[in-house]
Design a protein around this ligand. Sequence first.
Ligand SMILES: *Cc1c(COP(=O)(O)O)cnc(C)c1O
Length: 432
Amino acid sequence: MKYPERHQSAQLFEEAKKYFPGGVHSPVRAFKSVSGPPLFIKKGSGCRIVDEDDNTYLDFCGSWGPLILGHAHPDVINPILETMVNGTSFGTPNKIGNELGKIICENNRYLDKIRFVSSGTEAVMSAIRLARGITGKSKIIKFEGCYHGHVDSLLVKAGSGLATFGVSTSAGIPPSFAAETIVLPLNDLDLLNATLSKYREEVACVIIEPIPANNGLLLQTQSYLASMRDLCTQHGVLLIFDEVISGYRVGFEGAAGYYNIQPDIITYGKIIGGGMPVGAYAASKEYMSYISPEGPVYQAGTLSANPVAMAAGLATLKILKTEGFYLQLEQRTADFVGQIQSHCDNKGYQVCIQQIGSIFWISFSKVPAVTASDIDPSSMELFKNLHSYLLMHGIYLGPSGYEVGFVSGAHKRSDLSEAAGIICSGLDEILS
Ligand SMILES: *Cc1c(COP(=O)(O)O)cnc(C)c1O
């Protein structure tokens, strides 16, 4: 059989371990929760990627979300190439950055101005600083099951007891930083209200992934998010939507537009850079006037808005803006997920596939998870088996059962029904 061969990847991983901690530059890439060596990918085209052993896989990871148009889309690659022959960075303003800013700001009801940075983490870190700068308060509220990058004060989980101050989930974070963060469960308005009532004088902002997609796909209701918006307004606390995944994924106006809710600050990343390192944070004119050099909140970046990254983002967003793009992608994803779900229902498997837009998540549970504690950690063993089966049969999912899958514009209906067939066989193999 062709697919199990991973000699090159295995050898390269051994070498990588000599130079890099754990052999990787981002922990989940190390395949710790699934079997085998991580794949070393050498190229991609459309919905497929090819590893160093020349195995081809149908890719549902999409570089963890950015590649909504698939790999090496010619209308994205060509502008990148045209831009880079003129130089990659000048540390000055550039015209392409204006164009990307314009297409974003003029097509989004929820923001006036934007600042580009180089990653989602940087975007979130800066948005938190902005919220603190605007309100003059220090504490932040986050939710268990939401990921916001590796910002110190956000690598925090709930301590013991209800509505407690956080404890860090990483070494190297001073307890005093973690103590500035209050961690609450998702989908609990009473607790949010009680916490805001108690700490309103200290809390600068509430931050949430409006579509929590980093710990499974924990879909929240519109009414929960809308009530959160109202509570924040009542208590004088800013609401940050971390749209690093959901931004440009579920529509041009992201989750804010999907649910029709106005956050105070929005963060972006992933898709906004079209596969290049870009993040951004955005808000009203008034709030953005707090940012240096206009205002007192300092934030800077040597490579921010560099022309090559701006060209990739601009090319991507131009395509996303075409009539019907999102509708078609959502429909195709729903059909794909529906095929697998009905197979599972017919067979009586305890499998529940969550989906929104072109994001999906296969969970081994009878009912959809809404909070982080709804997820049964022991179900991850099943995911591990499924992941191995799928790799053997030419399908690449992110290497953890807590990670969502992404469908791109490059996945044709035929690719998706092929994938659905293989996934159904994989489920048969591991569950019966
Ligand atoms: C990926 C992600 C981040 C972090 O972005 P990086 O570019 O990896 O730093 C932050 N927030 C959310 C919601 C994300 O999905």
